[in-house]
Design a protein around this ligand. Structure first.
Ligand code: KIV
Ligand code: ZN
Length: 516
């Protein structure tokens, strides 16, 4: 019997995922996610779009420095300046890939690029050759391939393979494709391109019609051997194909797919929680694989069936994707070494002893309030600590809120704004409203609250509340997170975290629509 092929998993959480409004991540957060993806054994990590901003460049360089067992990829339009910047950012990588792209659909070539098909082929070939100056691992994407003409796709792909591209990516940029049609496209391309055997065919599907995973899997059935995907399906608009769903589909149905991934599926839940925690995008409870209810059997009939024999209703085991690791890990008496070890297991490390000490101090404080500390508590605590140690203009010094039946809630707060401590006070419809207004009385951010959500990190009334706040100002969106056993304090932290992001200098450019 022949060996199944390897399906390459290309994760773009740090690039396409970050393009999701409000999902921007700091360099440090990107490194944390990069390390978790490395532990998951993702083959290729697309770490960003280096030309977008100095911050993006530094984040790609930092991921390239920190992650040694996955290939690190940088995105570049088919322009010399983008490619050179990507090449530069990837210098420290053990294994580097440059991913260059240009649009190929009539609508994009005519209206966005204002270029003829001949010019597009010429620019694509030039870009691939330039990228090959930096690395042998060059990926070319035909943006909006899902709406491109097949003859033109064959022509441009053949030309870029000739120029040195080793991966050909077929994106359904606008999420328009249907599974049969998209699978058929991959089949036709592989059949018609003369030098098709010299490159790996890849797909990159968006989820506008909820078909990103179905389209990707149909492509895999037709010979695609790389899938581009994101943790929790994060990404532009309705998102990208979800990594966890693709990986578990291929693993659960070896009778259907003649390929397999190299991933350690036990790391999936950990990665999902980390990405949700850092971006503030909650995972819906009924989300496949990583939703809180994905393996919960509520109905009596199902429970009875599962107790008698698991296979009656379960097609995968919760343990195989990392759910069973959700157990009490540390307590009040745990020491610094146990704390450090547990964090290392979660893929979290600190740049200095001071940073570790600050987190340990917080842990002790939390352990005083909360009997059992779970992995999820540690993730939230580290996010909080690292967020606060970041160069922030606004810091919460103290908060007092009075809430009493028959009385109007009232908050008093002390905020450090650009190093100066200032007091503020306000009343509100509820304690959280009063706290936000008291903070605004000092920072005057001029933002509008778009979303406020609270969830408990673990169960029990002593659990930490995790709050997400989304603020908008002049079209810019920022999500803030905060965690605390006191949800009013968690809310204030989340609000301040979002305000700090909004106050940061202008946002970076968008690779597909923005100008750099
Ligand atoms: O959706 C898309 O087409 C992209 C490309 C840059 C690959 O993200
Ligand atoms: Zn995309």
């Amino acid at each position: 019997m022949s060996q199944p092929d390897r399906l390459i998993v290309f994760d773009t959480t740090l690039r396409d995922g970050e393009q999701s409004p409000g999902a921007s991540m700091t360099k440090d957060e990107k490194v944390r996610i990069g390390k978790a993806l490395e532990k998951l054994r993702v083959d290729v990590i697309e770490a960003g779009f280096p030309i977008a901003s100095p911050g993006d460049f530094e984040a790609v360089s930092a991921v390239a420095k920190a992650v040694k067992n996955s290939t690190i990829c940088g995105l570049a339009r088919a322009l010399d300046k983008d490619i050179d910047r990507a090449g530069e950012a990837l210098k420290a990588a053990n294994s580097a890939r440059i991913h260059t792209f240009i649009a190929t659909s009539p609508i994009h070539m005519q209206h966005k690029l204002r270029m003829s098909p001949e010019q597009v082929v010429e620019q694509a070939v030039h870009a691939v050759k330039r990228a090959r100056r930096y690395t042998d691992d060059v990926e070319f994407s035909a943006e909006d391939a899902g709406r491109s003409e097949i003859d033109f796709l064959c022509r441009i792909f053949e030309a870029v393979i000739e120029a040195g591209a080793t991966t050909l990516n077929v994106p359904d940029t606008v999420g328009y494709a249907m599974p049969n049609q998209f699978g058929g496209l991959i089949h036709t391309l592989r059949e018609r391109i003369a030098n098709a055997d010299k490159a790996v065919f890849s797909v990159h599907c968006h989820n506008d019609l909820g078909l990103a995973v179905a389209n990707s899997l149909s492509a895999v059935s037709n010979g695609a051997r790389q899938v581009e995907c994101t943790i929790n399906g994060l990404g532009e608009r309705a998102g990208n194909a979800s990594l966890e769903e693709i990986v578990m589909a291929v693993r659960t149905r070896p009778d259907v797919f003649s390929c397999q991934t190299n991933l350690d599926s036990m790391q999936i839940v950990n990665c999902s929680k980390l990405v949700s925690n850092i971006t503030g995008f909650p995972v819906q409870p009924n989300k496949a694989i990583v939703g809180a209810n994905a393996f919960a059997h509520e109905s009596g009939i199902h429970q009875d069936g599962v107790l008698k024999s698991r296979e009656t209703y379960e097609i995968m085991r919760a343990e195989d994707v990392g759910w069973s690791q959700n157990r009490m890990v540390l307590g009040k008496h745990s020491g610094r070494n146990a704390f450090r070890n547990r964090l290392e297991n979660l893929g979290i490390s600190f740049e200095s002893e001071e940073a570790l000490n600050a987190a340990f101090f917080r842990f002790k404080d939390l352990a005083d309030k909360k009997h059992e500390i779970f992995d999820e508590d540690l993730q939230a605590l580290v996010t909080d600590t690292k967020t606060e140690s970041f160069n922030e203009r606004v810091k919460l010094i103290s908060l007092k809120v009075c809430s009493e039946t028959g009385e109007t809630p009232h908050a008093t707060v002390v905020i450090s704004l650009d190093g100066e401590e200032e007091p503020g006070a306000a009343i509100g419809g509820g304690p959280v409203d009063a706290a936000f207004k008291a903070i605004e009385s000092i920072v005057n951010s001029g933002t509008e609250l778009q979303l406020y959500s609270v969830s408990n990190i673990t169960s029990g009334t002593d659990a930490q509340g995790e709050v997400t706040v989304r603020l908008e100002k002049g079209g810019r969106i920022a999500n803030g997170q905060g965690a605390d056993t006191d949800i009013v304090i968690a809310s204030a932290k989340a609000y301040i975290n979002a305000v700090n992001k909004i106050l940061e200098p202008a946002a970076k450019a968008h690779p597909q629509t923005g100008d750099v």
